[in-house]
Design a protein around this ligand. Structure first.
Ligand code: G6P
Length: 612
């Protein structure tokens, strides 16, 4: 992963670089570094977070108007000062930052070492900057040509920015499979992994495409070429991003803010897609490819992490409402399985960031095999949304906490809308049922507000389980993915081992773990399988397990059995995941707070996984 930023212009580079890194810290936070030209290239880097870099450079010379900076999520080489970026070339004429992986770095490194080039770090990234300089000298070519030549021999993924001591009014940037945005100001340019560091400086941006190289000079027009030296005309787009959405807005953590934002983010996901009479849905992406959807043999969802859980919810929705067979695939498995795909398949990639490497690769594979590719992304302009044939944005607004919350409920909202729209087109739903579900969807934001009112109660409850070692989460039907999501949230931010299971499967293994110390969270709102879940709870109680039950308001049976009860408003079973997940998000948040964990930047994780 990693976050990268660059600046070239008349102002001091440091303020943009350091605030930019803070905005991108969700992408990785094990070390950070900066390089600014001032006669020579001054490089400062340190293990730790961006705030550690900030303290480290306090007494250093950070003057200069051209610079680059990096926040790292380690792949090759442990988090350390030396492995932090930027990396310098052998002569120290070039400095480079890199997000991605150079897969054939070993081969290149051996070749360079054989001719006496010394490496200071264990990273794959250093190999690339050394290789570029080697080609520049050995082939006697200019820097742009050397970058083109080097990248044509590199296997892997990269977003890079290079600065050169010998040509101080120059930044060279390039990308393949890792994102890079260039902001165009007045006589200045801003570069970043996403638009969040740029938005307060300019709204004019260019998203670099794969294998494109940008040659950037202060007060000159942006030049874009490709690795094979074809000239491209930069496509300038206008950024629509609300700056206040990038702040914590009075909450202690982004995660809590994002949990509480869900009534709004769901309304934003619905807005413009449903008419006032609540009886029609319009989604441009689906209309454009209506016949492909209606004639599809099957729909394959592909995703990772929380987005994969949303896809599992989508499976229930699409099969139940639109009667289209659905498969849900981990992108990382799908892409390496030689899957059977035809042009009668529709592949829907779900991704908050729109940059997850495995999801991107899975959809590219399906595209080659002729499937229609549809994306459900949150980040506007992201790679996955641009590679897809069509798609729908979730419009949840920036999600900064590494543990995904509002992105999940917005993904489910979009899936509900898509399933209803397709059901109507296919005639697999009555008008009455269509209107009932749409009207209930419209009430969900208010019901989430009500569920959020339980936050104090859940905080108190979380004290009881702050030091639990293990947790089991159970759910059935459309609430089974919610059990998986609850367990994932707890693991991610509180580092407590948790497993999600379909409730009935408990007796095939996990039941062996149940004793009086084992908290079991049972997601048991009103549903067709409610009675079955009651039996599962009996099985837990018979073994002295502690049950925390998520039930629909007015529930009597489960409430009389459970040790703790969290009541959520009544709703349609098909929409219940949007409500039942709320207490689970809050429970994991408060347990992690009590355990004094890093909420927004949990250890070893990153929000956007742009490596395999
Ligand atoms: C990372 C994040 C998760 C996220 C997953 C998929 O692991 O930490 O929160 O669910 O990637 O990300 P995507 O952006 O594709 O939804």
């Amino acid at each position: 992963m990693c976050g990268i930023v660059g600046y070239i212009g008349p102002k001091q580079a440091y303020p943009f670089l350091i605030t930019g890194l803070k905005r991108l810290e969700y992408r990785g936070y094990d070390s950070a570094g900066i390089a600014i030209i001032n006669g020579k290239i001054n490089v400062y880097k340190t293990k730790g977070k961006v705030s550690d870099l900030e303290s480290f450079v306090k007494d250093k010379n950070i003057e200069g108007t051209v610079g680059i900076a990096h926040t790292r999520w380690a792949t090759h080489g442990e988090p350390s000062d030396i492995n932090a970026h930027p990396h310098l070339s052998h002569s120290e004429n070039l400095a480079m930052i890199h997000n991605g992986i150079i897969e054939n770095y070993h081969l290149l490194k051996n070749k360079l070492e054989d001719i006496g080039i010394k490496f200071t770090s264990e990273t794959d990234s250093e190999v690339l900057v050394q290789f570029i300089e080697y080609l520049q000298i050995h082939e006697n070519i200019d820097l742009v040509k050397a970058v083109q030549l080097a990248l044509s021999q590199v296997i892997g993924a990269y977003a890079i920015v290079i600065l050169s001591k010998n040509d101080p009014n120059l930044l060279i940037a390039a990308r393949k499979s890792s994102p890079l945005v260039i902001g165009i100001g007045r006589g200045e340019y801003f570069l970043a992994s996403d638009a969040s560091p740029i938005v307060e400086h300019t709204r004019q941006v260019v998203y670099l495409n794969d294998e494109e190289i940008a040659v950037i000079r202060m007060n000159e027009e942006l030049q874009i070429t490709t690795i094979s030296d074809q000239k491209k005309i930069p496509f300038i787009e206008k950024l629509e991003l609300d700056l206040s959405a990038l702040e914590k807005g009075g909450f202690d953590h982004f995660m809590l803010k994002e949990i509480f934002e869900q009534p709004k983010s769901i309304r934003d996901s619905i807005r413009g897609r449903v008419n006032v009479g609540l009886d029609t849905i319009s989604m441009a992406g689906i209309i454009d490819f209506e016949q492909r959807f209606l004639n599809a043999n099957r729909i394959i969802f592909t995703a990772a992490g929380t987005s994969w859980h949303a896809a599992l919810v989508g499976e229930y929705l699409f099969e139940e409402l639109a009667r289209i067979p659905v498969e849900v695939e981990y992108a990382s498995e799908f892409r390496y399985r030689n899957p059977i795909i035809t042009n009668r398949d529709v592949v829907i990639a779900i991704s908050q960031s729109g940059e997850t490497a495995d999801t991107l690769a899975a959809m590219q594979l399906a595209k080659q095999k002729g499937a229609l590719i549809y994306s459900i992304c949150n980040v506007v302009g992201s790679t996955i949304s641009r590679v897809a044939d069509a798609g729908s944005y979730t419009h949840a607004g920036p999600e900064i906490g590494v543990a995904s919350t509002k992105a999940f409920t917005s993904q489910v909202t979009v899936l509900v809308l898509m399933a209803l729209l397709l059901a109507k087109k296919k005639g697999t739903i009555t008008d009455l049922r269509f209107r009932q579900l749409l009207a209930e969807l419209d009430r969900i934001p208010a019901k989430i507000e009500e569920a959020l009112g339980l936050s104090e109660y859940i905080r108190d409850l979380s004290r009881v389980y702050t030091y639990a070692r293990n947790f089991l989460y159970l759910g059935r039907g459309i609430n089974f993915p919610v059990a998986l999501e609850g367990a994932l949230k707890l693991k991610e931010i509180s580092y407590i081992h948790a497993e999600g299971y379909p409730a009935a499967e408990m007796k095939h293994g996990p039941i062996a773990l149940i004793d009086k110390k084992m908290p079991v969270v049972v997601v048991a709102p009103n549903s067709e399988t409610y009675e079955k879940v009651v039996s599962n709870i009996q099985e837990i109680k018979a073994r002295k397990g502690k049950v925390i039950a998520i039930v629909s308001k007015g529930d009597i049976t489960v409430s009389s059995l459970a040790d703790y009860v969290i009541e959520i408003p009544q709703t349609e079973e098909l929409l219940s995941p949007m409500l039942s997940v709320i207490p689970l998000q809050l429970l994991s948040y408060f347990i992690a707070v009590m355990r004094e964990c890093e909420i927004d930047q949990p250890r070893n994780l990153a929000k956007s996984v742009t490596v395999e």
